[in-house]
Design a protein around this ligand. Structure first.
Ligand code: PLP
Length: 312
């Protein structure tokens, strides 16, 4: 291992092994936190880690903080700066997962009033390779439904909300699938457990609209921009029914952890010819260049951090 997992915790930078919380921590009991998943992509040629769309991740985190009444004493710009520092101090010269977490740190377990609970913020950087178990996915439609906005807002990355994804993912994997696709209460296709979903039909790309209880994914947005700018195609946001999944020409999932990953089978039905389709393949190629800082036109999406060991 080339570096040391690092964290910004209680206002200080330290090795991850030194950061500990009490068993009384409110967020541990009730999931009262919001988090982000960000990738730091190592570019061996530039000897730089490119952190992808850092600002947009913190903008989403801060929207979650507002809902959860989490007051963290840092602006979006400061959060970005702190994150670059954590990545540089960690010293890794490989791909990273960056996990910011704003949470109710109060050591109170019998209190359900957000406004009475203290808050904290941490951000850690750890090595991270592949998230999904396969390069092409076999998915199932989950029997679990996506949590409705009126229950726990699914547009935000609220910690407790993820029990919904975890139940669906666990059942899918234990049943031999790579990933689950969740429907919402209206029976419309919603998203994967940690990914947005896209279909391609006759070259036209579609994805569920945000008001179908979909997380406004940053990779989703990235793919929509790449489709428009590079393929000359607008992605259509529309309700998608389950029965539209099976006859699609192509299907793919997007997410920070999942990248752009083709789906070749859903509920034992082959999608298209069962191989990676041309639109998915092209978007995947574009995306991998963009996130690794290899496409000058999209360098504004990449924040560079130079690991301390790489500088030496
Ligand atoms: C439920 C859910 N949908 C979609 C995504 C994809 O979002 P992003 O591309 O911002 O990582 C994620 C991952 O964060 C997620 O947890």
């Amino acid at each position: 291992m080339s570096g040391t997992p690092f964290v910004f915790f209680r206002g200080d930078y330290m090795p991850l092994s030194e950061a500990k919380v009490s068993v009384m921590t409110h967020a541990l009991h009730y999931g009262t936190g919001v988090f982000e998943g960000i990738r730091g992509n190592w570019n061996a040629e530039d000897r730089v880690t490119y952190i992808f769309r850092l600002k947009e991740h913190y903008e989403r985190l801060l929207r979650g903080c507002q809902l959860m009444m989490l007051e963290i004493p840092h602006s979006c710009e400061e959060l970005c700066r702190i994150t670059v520092e954590v990545v540089e101090m960690s010293g890794f010269t490989e791909d990273l997962y960056i996990r910011p977490l704003a949470y109710k740190s109060a050591e109170k377990v019998a209190n359900l009033k957000l406004h009475e609970l203290d808050d904290d913020f941490l951000v850690m950087a750890i090595p991270f390779g592949k998230y999904l178990s396969a390069e092409v996915l076999r998915c199932c439609t989950s029997s679990w439904r996506r949590v409705e906005d009126s229950m726990i807002p699914s547009r935000l990355k609220i910690c407790g909300l993820y029990v919904n994804s975890i139940l669906a993912k666990t059942d899918a994997v234990l049943s031999g699938f790579d990933e689950a696709i969740l429907l919402n209460e209206d029976s419309h296709v919603c998203e994967g457990t940690g990914e947005n979903i896209f279909l391609v039909n006759d070259g036209r790309i579609s994805t569920p609209p945000l008001d179908d209880n979909v997380l406004p994914g940053i990779t989703r947005d990235t793919v929509m921009v790449l489709a428009r700018e590079e393929l000359g195609t607008e992605v259509v946001e529309r309700h998608i029914d389950r029965s539209e999944l099976y006859p699609a020409d192509e299907c793919f999932l997007t997410g920070t952890a999942a990248h752009v990953t083709p789906v070749v089978e859903i509920d034992h039905r082959r999608i298209g010819n069962g191989e990676v389709g041309p639109v998915t393949r092209r978007l995947q190629e574009l995306y991998f260049d963009v996130v690794r800082g290899k496409d000058e036109r999209y360098l504004h999406w990449c924040t560079s951090a130079t690991p301390r060991l790489a500088k030496a």
